[in-house]
Design a binder for this molecule. Structure first.
Ligand SMILES: Nc1ncnc2c1ncn2[C@@H]1O[C@H](COP(=O)(O)OP(=O)(O)OP(=O)(O)O)[C@@H](O)[C@H]1O
Length: 425
């Protein structure tokens, strides 16, 4: 399974950690004029370098809890610590400069260029211009935007997903140990959402910040969270555990209902592309001699090639016949390539394949460079195995509860072999 099944801390797993722990100690929020507190009394420990996702029904206190951490909302009672610092007694403006904050749609200043947006906090902190420019370039690259293309753009001239990437870069500008994110991917289309989630995971692996993310989407919470906090009304903790633990052992009937009756199948959203065997790919650049590229691909046993740009990012995925039809590799860019990250879930991979009507997907690293390919057949093998496990489990419990009756077969998704083997047809 994934490398998150272990409950060991990120540091003990050998990951870089630049984040700080967060501790909420008896935190209460009573809004004026409300009969009941929005958050009754919350104790919570978040380990340095973890991503923790807050989920729960509307109005349960997710955003209130998040905003108390950077004191956009003042707690009525209790203490909050970041590392050893008691932030409830700090100057709130200084505190907010040391905590990254990302909201839906990026929350960028619309009349400022991307570079000016990213440099906002470093300017307040009086960094010199050169340091700000270097940091901006590094961060744009980190979030997958070419600095030369985007630094001078205005937010209105960018897509929602690109604006959200700038929002993440801006939040990381002053290298804060903690990043708070409130429904950051709520306003983008599903495919962009998957890409932004994968970028966040890649950034987290590179930087090791402590990230707290509020989401409505349980699947998003299980994909992103090292731990998931499930809250019910009044900020009551129903369960705080790893996604695997929540799916395997829902702590309360509330969690069971929240997670849904398909909880066992939800394990599929925990299986990652990196857990499935990858195919290697032959890559080529625009202008290379087609005959040489085709010969190289044949030697490797491949029936298609991936045309990549200078940074190794995919442009097109032609068959050998298509590549050989021109003397040199063409500069065609296919805007609908199915590309997933190693951290993508198998659900994401299937979605990408279905959305582009392809029998496979390319796999990219954190910065978008191609590292392999995945066929629908290898994904289906994992799914078949998981369905078989579910069937065994359900049959066992069914027999336990209603001995003497017969069980129906679980539906098994069948795929024609020739469809499965031709990712690019
Ligand atoms: N400024 C406010 N004044 C009074 N009550 C508020 C205020 N902000 C939030 N509340 C109430 O506090 C409770 C928790 O709100 P909060 O926004 O934290 O919930 P949430 O879980 O983030 O909800 P959602 O998922 O809908 O965003 C709700 O009952 C809400 O109506």
């Amino acid at each position: 399974m994934t490398d998150r099944t272990s409950l060991a801390s990120p540091e003990s797993q050998g990951r870089t950690v630049t984040g700080a722990s967060i501790r909420l100690d008896g935190v209460v929020k009573q809004y004026r004029g409300q009969s009941k507190p929005a958050v009754e009394r919350l104790d919570l420990q978040i380990e340095a370098g973890d991503i923790v996702a807050f989920v729960g029904p509307s109005g349960c206190g997710k955003t209130t809890t998040l905003k108390m951490i950077n004191r956009l909302i003042e707690p009525s009672q209790g203490r909050i610590y970041i590392g050893d610092r008691d932030v409830t007694s700090e100057n709130p403006d200084n505190l907010r400069q040391s905590i990254g904050y990302v909201i839906q749609s990026g929350g960028l200043f619309p009349h400022w260029s991307v570079a000016k947006n990213i440099g906002a906090i470093p300017r307040v902190l009086r960094w010199d211009k050169r340091r700000i420019a270097e940091r901006t370039e590094y961060l744009l690259d980190l979030v997958g935007l070419d600095p030369g293309t985007f630094a001078d753009r205005l937010p209105k001239d960018m897509s929602g997903g690109q604006q959200q990437r700038v929002g993440v870069a801006r939040a990381l500008a002053a290298d804060p140990p903690v990043l708070l994110m409130d429904e950051p991917f709520g306003a983008v289309d599903p495919i962009t959402r998957v890409r932004l989630q994968d970028s966040l995971i890649a950034i987290q692996h590179e930087l090791g910040k402590t990230i707290v993310i509020v989401t409505h989407d349980f699947e998003e919470a299980t994909k992103l969270g090292d731990k998931v906090l499930i809250l019910s009304e009044g900020g009551h903790v129903e369960q705080y555990a790893s996604p695997e633990e929540i799916l395997a052992n829902p702590a309360t009937p509330f969690v069971e209902e929240f997670v849904g009756s398909g909880a066992t199948l939800a394990h599929l959203s925990l299986s990652r592309v990196r857990d499935v065997e990858h195919d290697t790919v032959t890559t080529a650049q625009v202008g290379e001699d087609s005959a040489e590229v085709v010969a190289r691909a044949r030697r490797a046993g491949h029936r298609w090639i991936v045309v990549v740009d200078d940074l190794g990012r995919p442009r097109a995925w032609p068959t050998l016949e298509e590549a050989a039809s021109k003397p040199q590799i063409s500069d065609f860019v296919d805007r609908r390539l199915p590309v997933v990250a190693r951290s993508s879930t198998l659900n994401d991979a299937l979605d990408a394949m279905l959305a582009t009507s392809q029998g496979g997907a390319l796999i990219s690293d954190g910065r978008g460079a191609v590292v392999g390919a995945l066929t629908i057949r290898s994904v289906m093998e994992v799914i078949r195995g998981q369905l078989a496990e579910v069937r065994d489990d359900e049959t066992d419990s069914y027999i336990e509860h209603s001995e003497g009756t017969s069980t129906d077969e679980m539906p098994v998704i069948v795929l024609a072999d020739d469809e499965a083997e031709r990712p690019d047809d």
